[in-house]
Design a protein around this ligand. Sequence first.
Ligand code: HEC
Ligand code: HEC
Length: 246
Amino acid sequence: MTKKYISIGLFFVLIFAAIQSKSDYNLLNIFNKRGVQVIENTTYQEECGACHFDYQPGLLPERSWKKLMTNDELLNHFGEDVSFDDSSTANKIIKYLTLNAADKSSYNRSKKISRSLPSHQSPLRITNTPYIKRKHHGISKELITQQSVGSLSNCTACHNNAHKGDYDDDSVTIPNIKAGLISIELNTQKDGYVGIVKSTNESFKIISTKISSNLSVKKLCRVVSFKGNDEFSVRTYCKIKGGFWH
Ligand code: HEC
Ligand code: HEC
């Protein structure tokens, strides 16, 4: 008798577990399709994720992907030849991209990208769509071109959950943001200077300056203390001539 109940119970536990294990994507997304759809296509991932983050198809409309996948464009893909020897691979990718493009998607972020774009425009860059441009408008050039980011195309440098199709602003960390926010002062102010970090409201003080050289690379280093509401910290920022503070 009890054995029977245990196995019935176990049966339901297993079903529940099976549903749960998929719930991160499925259940949540059925009711609330946030972000963009995650990638489920290994051909695309292998071929188009070799040099950069494999951008989800839902980040550009169908007409952009079609243009990007023409032979002419593939022969000169932002300076690289990424054309395919075998047209069946190319066709598989085109099919996957166009079926899941932003203007075909029911995910919120894709809809926003698609809606922001006039119908006669087919940008080859996600970073040239009005919605994505607007969202990054306020980020200073220094923070984007720094070594650990490079360009805005490098989504994963800042969006920690980009591979999950999640671009929410609460999962973004711009590398070296503090150094970026005080770089003008680091470049121009003397030791002893006291200022406020824009946007975080912490106060900071430049404590000292030294030249560090290991091997042939000379770096200018500055020690800075920060005082926030409940935190005090000290950091050293260094840069090579003409470079960015790290
Ligand atoms: C040989 C390396 C290489 C391969 C393989 C490659 N790409 Fe690229 N891709 C690049 C480079 C370089 C850029 C420009 C990056 C930059 O400006 O920082 C780029 C940029 C892009 C962008 C624009 C990103 C933006 O700025 O919004 C898209 C979209 C893109 N690639 C899609 C693809 C697709 C689709 C494939 C597969 C067919 C592919 N790439 C394969 C090198 C590659
Ligand atoms: C230099 C870091 C950086 C890079 C690189 C970057 N982003 Fe962002 N992105 C941000 C920041 C910071 C925000 C939040 C802006 C705000 O809300 O004011 C943001 C916002 C967004 C948003 C809107 C989020 C929201 O909650 O409204 C989307 C969508 C997005 N980024 C997509 C992308 C994609 C796609 C790429 C790559 C093609 C990319 N980002 C590259 C830093 C970056």
